[in-house]
Write a protein that binds this ligand. Structure first.
Ligand SMILES: NC(=O)c1ccc[n+]([C@@H]2O[C@H](COP(=O)([O-])OP(=O)(O)OC[C@H]3O[C@@H](n4cnc5c(N)ncnc54)[C@H](OP(=O)(O)O)[C@@H]3O)[C@@H](O)[C@H]2O)c1
Length: 206
């Protein structure tokens, strides 16, 4: 299973500011690219923090005529999901809730899993037959994927027109923390500068 990431990053490598909230510092073209990347995915995975900050429904707009809606996978340690969140009220792909540390209660219309992130990735590949899993963040969840050495492709919209700053503002591996157990290396496979000062980049694992 290919695990691909998609992030918008500022010139100083930040994906948002330290107060959280939605990270909308990029353009309409970046949004269009998000839809294109979602169209390649069998499933979209997000951490509960991003789901809430960005009020995501994890769907592809009907006007883009998606052949199918990707499965919607939401990761939590504590397993406490807000029932009023739009993801639970908008039609879309099947919802799978992962709770790694506590048992989440059953939820109508969702599959609930209590297992480690690594076991869940195996389940996604072997039982759900997911070939391309798109992780849209946030940094904390992606840090765990990196520690498991599971990242196959990184899509970035480099928004070099913006500086965010802040020691507490996250990058794609979340807040400043320990080094990874070992550096990981990727090769540049796509580079597309836009007239608006942004650049679409794709890096593929070596
Ligand atoms: N610029 C961009 O492209 C971009 C993309 C994505 C997100 N963001 C920004 O990033 C911020 C949100 O990031 P965040 O730090 O809250 O990260 P996050 O990874 O989305 O959410 C953190 C939460 O996800 C769950 N989680 C994380 N790692 C896990 C793991 N290994 N196993 C199980 N559950 C795990 C935990 O949920 P529980 O608390 O429920 O246990 C954790 O508290 C927002 O401001 C958002 O706008 C920006």
């Amino acid at each position: 299973m290919k695990v691909i990431l998609n992030f918008a990053i500022s010139a100083d490598g930040k994906i948002g500011c330290h107060t959280g909230g939605a990270s909308k510092f990029t353009s309409q073209q970046d949004l269009q690219r998000l839809w294109d990347i979602r169209l390649r995915a069998d499933a979209i995975l997000v951490g509960r923090g991003t789901l809430e900050a960005d009020q995501m429904s994890l769907t592809i707009p009907a006007e883009l005529n998606p052949p199918r809606q990707p499965l919607r996978l939401i990761a939590s340690r504590k397993g406490q999901f807000d029932s009023s969140h739009p993801v639970f009220h908008k039609a879309g792909g099947e919802i799978h809730l992962l709770s790694t540390e506590s048992t989440a209660p059953p939820r109508k219309g969702c599959a609930v899993h209590h297992m480690s992130l690594l076991d869940f990735l195996t389940y996604c590949e072997q039982e759900l037959k997911i070939e391309t899993l798109l992780c849209e963040g946030g940094g904390e969840l992606v840090r765990s994927l990196a520690e498991l050495n599971k990242i196959s492709e990184i899509n970035l919209t480099l928004a070099g027109h913006t500086l965010i700053g802040g020691a507490q503002a996250p990058g794609i591996l979340g807040n400043l923390s320990e080094h990874l157990p070992a550096s990981q290396h990727f090769s540049l496979t796509h580079c597309e500068p836009l007239e608006n000062g942004e650049c679409f980049l794709t890096y593929t694992s070596l």
